[in-house]
Design a protein around this ligand. Structure first.
Ligand code: NAD
Length: 353
């Protein structure tokens, strides 16, 4: 039986993977995140399974291969945390789960938006204290307002549909506009200038890092609501904090934060040291931070488990790997979505099984 070293395990992962596995793999669940220090746990395992905030650098890649791991199964869609060139050179196949529930993420973006526009988080805190005052809770109608959707892939398109359902006008920006969406594509500057709500749904790449910074915020419609369920690095957090304080940004719903890996997914309430910018952001009444939980629905967890184990089934049986990625097809050297020129027999890397 093939063995999987499963890192960063949470109770909900174990539940969904045990259900999908039905005994076909020996899954060794570890609470620790995959890192150089955790490598001994992978000794002799055939596969490693990691999640979104593991830093999978060259040392980790080479350490996995040295311990006999042949395939790294990322149980997430984003992959900015993997050194793909190192993986390619070391012959470590990397597979991922490109989509598990775009609805989960788009609906969470909508949840953040609605909570912010109607101050639901503040109202809930008040009524818990038996404070039933409405003063300071005046919101605004989404109907008739403009939503700017940045990145019109699987999640962005669903979010755009949700906004249309609210009766909003939708503007879109994408580096690779897709006419089939029927969306009105405009340059990013125009989207920022006209949108009351801006929601980010594009990947974190060198060219998208800090796409929301002091410069772009200066071009935005004053008082707009920013929603980011994509990747923290898309937003310069210090610039956002300053913009929230001076009213350039009216409210922000953040499911991701650029330095989240040290804090998110764990109870850090007793930490003596805190991240200064994050502490200031969470203290603002017009900010909601959630801990990278947009994916967390029952449906998404079941899809993540079945796709991850299906990826491993395909790898170990020698079948084509639909969900494999390498540095030639991750968007760092070719546009995202373009096929990897090195793909042979349905695989990027001809690893020996
Ligand atoms: P997708 O690949 O279907 O869509 C991404 C879109 O971004 C594509 O249309 C692409 O053309 C566009 N894009 C690429 N480069 C761009 C650029 N430079 N500027 C503007 N647009 C660009 O991806 P998806 O499934 O819709 O996911 C979107 C993002 O959501 C992912 O990159 C991931 O980081 C994030 N995500 C977050 C969670 C969460 O739990 N918070 C879960 C899943 C995905």
């Amino acid at each position: 039986m093939k063995t999987i070293a499963f890192f960063d395990t949470k109770p909900y992962d174990r539940e969904s993977f045990d259900r999908a596995n039905a005994g076909r793999y020996d899954i060794r669940y570890f609470e620790t995140r995959l890192s150089a220090a955790a490598l001994p746990l992978a000794e002799g395992c055939d596969a490693a399974c990691a999640f979104v905030n593991a830093e999978i650098d060259r040392a980790v890649v080479e350490g996995l291969v040295a311990r006999g791991v042949k395939v790294l199964a990322m149980r997430c869609a984003g992959y900015n945390n993997v050194d793909f060139r190192a993986a390619y050179e070391a012959g470590l196949t990397v597979v991922r789960v490109p989509a598990y529930s775009p609805y989960a993420v788009a609906e969470h973006a909508a949840a953040l938006l609605l909570a912010l526009t109607r101050h639901v988080h503040r109202a809930a805190a008040r009524t818990r204290d038996y404070n039933f005052s409405l003063v300071g809770l005046t919101g605004f109608d989404l109907h008739g307002k403009t939503a700017g959707v940045v990145g019109t892939g699987k999640i962005g398109r669903i979010f755009a549909d949700i906004c249309k359902g609210f009766g909003m006008r939708v503007l879109a920006y994408d580096a690779f506009p897709n006419p089939a969406t029927g969306l009105e594509y405009v340059p990013l500057d125009r989207l920022l200038a006209e949108s009351d709500v801006v929601s980010l749904h594009c990947p974190l790449l060198p060219e998208t890092k800090h796409m929301i910074d002091a410069n772009s915020l200066a071009k935005a419609k004053r008082g707009f609501t920013l929603v980011n369920t994509s990747r923290g690095g898309l937003v310069d957090s210090d610039a956002l904090l300053a913009a929230l304080r001076d009213g350039t940004v009216g409210a922000a719903g953040l499911d991701v934060y650029e330095e989240e890996s040290e804090w998110f997914y764990e109870d850090r309430s007793d930490a003596t040291r805190q991240n200064k910018t994050l502490s200031l952001l969470v203290s603002l009444p017009n900010v909601i931070v959630t801990s990278h939980q947009a994916f967390l629905t029952r449906e998404a967890l079941a899809n993540i488990a079945s796709t991850t184990l299906g990826n491993l089934d395909a790898f170990f049986s020698g079948a084509p790997l639909e969900n494999e990625i390498c540095y030639r097809c991750t968007g760092t050297e070719r546009p995202e979505g373009a096929s990897c020129p090195r793909r042979r027999n349905g695989r990027c890397i001809g690893s020996q099984v």
